[in-house]
Design a binder for this molecule. Structure first.
Ligand SMILES: Cc1cc2nc3c(=O)[nH]c(=O)nc-3n(C[C@H](O)[C@H](O)[C@H](O)COP(=O)(O)O)c2cc1C
Length: 201
């Protein structure tokens, strides 16, 4: 049983309760923009292949949920063409671009494969994977072949749990710098890497 209280009552405005946002260092922040504060990144490309047609979309709402087998949670909106392909085939690949592919990555995320061949239009090279029909992206420094593992939250949140069944990296891209989305066309590019001891003195 969780330690969460069973009954939650609405907070009353008690006499001694401090007023929210009183500090000059606490400005209200719009709820619709909260995701920009927590965006995990890196921005990735999700590829699919449906009835012989390959497609690619940009995706930044994802997180790891298990070490091994590696499981990832990804939000693929039902308004995207990729959503239908993912549901129908149960497969995709996740390709991780270096910041050098930033312009293509944003372009791919602002048009739909319903109308165009994004691999051709954005100059990306589709490469066959070993386990899934969805293509890998040759220009990306890492590619993960994935199968849909769990769709129980897909109906409510467009959230798919994917299992990574094969992973590839490009040995020539030794120091990739990933993109991290902060909303409205703003991105942070990965910077300095620091290594810290697990036990601090
Ligand atoms: C930086 C960036 C991040 C995005 N992240 C997501 C995401 O996490 N989930 C999602 O469903 N769409 C996301 N999108 C939007 C899709 O990439 C976009 O709707 C795309 O046109 C879908 O392509 P499709 O219709 O060919 O599948 C993102 C777009 C950009 C530019």
């Amino acid at each position: 049983m969780s330690g969460f209280p069973g009954k939650v009552t609405a907070p009353r405005r008690a006499a001694g309760r401090p007023q929210a946002g009183r500090s000059p260092r606490m400005a209200p922040f719009p709820l619709a923009e909260v995701y920009q504060l927590l965006e995990p990144g890196p921005v990735v490309l999700l590829t699919t292949a449906q009835a012989g047609r390959q497609n690619v979309m940009t995706l930044s709402w994802h997180m790891a949920v298990e070490f091994e087998p590696p499981l990832l949670a990804c939000i693929v909106s039902s308004s995207n063409h990729s959503h239908a392909a993912l549901c129908e085939t149960g497969e995709c690949a996740i390709a991780i671009p270096d910041q050098i592919l930033a312009r293509q990555t944003v372009g791919i995320g602002n048009c739909s494969g319903r109308e165009r061949d994004k691999f051709a239009d954005f100059g990306l090279t589709a490469v066959p994977g070993a386990c899934v029909m969805a293509p890998l992206v040759a220009e990306c420094f890492a590619n993960l072949e994935c199968r849909v593992h769990d769709t129980r939250l897909a109906g409510h949140y467009d959230l798919f749990i994917l299992e990574v069944v094969r992973a590839w990296t490009d040995p020539l891209q030794t120091a990739p710098r990933t993109l991290h989305h902060h909303g409205f066309g703003r991105f942070v590019v990965d910077g300095e890497t620091i290594t810290l001891p697990s036990e601090m003195p």
